[in-house]
Design a protein around this ligand. Structure first.
Ligand code: SIN
Length: 314
């Protein structure tokens, strides 16, 4: 069955306009219709891969003025849409000021396993660099994700649950937090990464060897970092000394100083197990195209070293 996705507009800064592209505060919220917002999103057709998308205006207000009657209209429309088998889920464009309240109300009254994703913007649509189109695109990526359930909020690449989401900043683009719980996930390059996707880690296939092999015979795996003015002699010394595995903590999105790259590829070709991760404290490498093998997603260099050491205990 062809799936259909609905985007319901309610106003907010995402639909706001200002006289100047440089004005992020002196704007009027709730000026553009939801169809105009959808037209302003590049990449929408590629994302939808032929699936149907409709926009509907349910309200047009600055969310500081949200009221119970609007909630009721919105919830009734959501319920009616979600009962239609072909409707896979709903995105709601909303002002940031009371987004968390609408999210929680909808979570309490909509009895459905299908996702309802609220999204928003901190800058008006007329800004030099508006955040609304990306947030809308991200919200559509989330609503279409097979693991998305219940009422969620998406802003600045982070996914929050209706229970935890809260506006925590009056100006910056990443204006929402989820308190102690943290976000439910992230949207990166159009892909959703759920915080709990890994589940409980399973016992390593070589656990038996790790307990039986004398510790002195465990494979030698070292951690190397890529950094400014890195010296390839560190790498050469490790290889000459017989290192079996190398975890390379790359800069940023797993980039490697050119002084190291050729030596690492050569080491990999000669049988040294090389694994690449990021030296950034949060997140993981996004996208494809690295010449080096990746370490398991989400592990820092020191944990990746342990995993690789056990991998090499075959
Ligand atoms: C609103 O909440 O409608 C205005 C403020 C915003 O969306 O950031």
């Amino acid at each position: 069955m062809l799936r259909r996705w609905m985007v319901l507009g309610t106003g907010g800064t995402i639909a706001g306009t200002a006289p100047s592209a440089l004005d992020h505060t002196g704007y009027s919220a709730a000026q553009l219709g939801v169809r105009q917002l959808l037209h302003g999103v590049p990449g929408l057709q590629e994302l939808l891969q032929g699936e149907a998308l409709d926009g509907e205006q349910e309200a047009q207000l600055d969310s500081k003025d949200m009221d119970h009657a609007t909630w009721q209209t919105l919830a009734r429309r959501c319920r009616a849409l979600l009962e239609q088998p072909e409707v896979g889920g709903i995105v709601i464009t909303h002002g940031t000021d009371t987004l968390e309240e609408t999210a929680w109300f909808l979570q309490l009254v909509l009895d459905t396993a299908k996702p309802v994703v609220l999204t928003c913007a901190m800058r008006p649509a007329t800004a030099l660099m508006p955040d609304g189109p990306q947030n809308l695109l991200d919200a559509l990526a989330v609503v279409r994700d097979p693991l998305a359930r219940g009422v969620l909020a998406v802003c600045a690449g982070r996914i929050h649950s209706a229970r935890d989401v809260q506006k925590v900043h009056p100006y910056r683009l990443d204006a929402f937090g989820s308190g102690d719980t943290g976000p439910r996930g992230w949207v990166e390059q159009g892909r959703v990464r759920w915080a709990d996707a890994g589940g409980w880690p399973s016992v390593h296939a070589h656990a038996r060897q790790a307990l039986a092999l004398p510790a002195a015979d465990w494979p030698w795996v070292a951690v190397l970092h890529s950094h400014a003015a890195v010296d390839v002699r560190h790498l050469n010394a490790l290889i000459q000394a017989g290192v079996k595995g190398l975890v390379l903590a790359g800069t940023g999105n797993g980039t490697v100083h050119h002084a190291l790259m050729a030596g690492l590829k050569e080491a990999q070709d000669r049988g040294v197990a090389v694994r690449l991760c990021t030296r950034c404290a949060e997140g993981q490498i996004v996208g494809q195209g690295q010449a080096l093998h990746r370490s398991p997603p989400g592990l820092n260099a020191y944990k990746a070293r342990i995993s690789l050491m056990l991998d090499l205990m075959a």
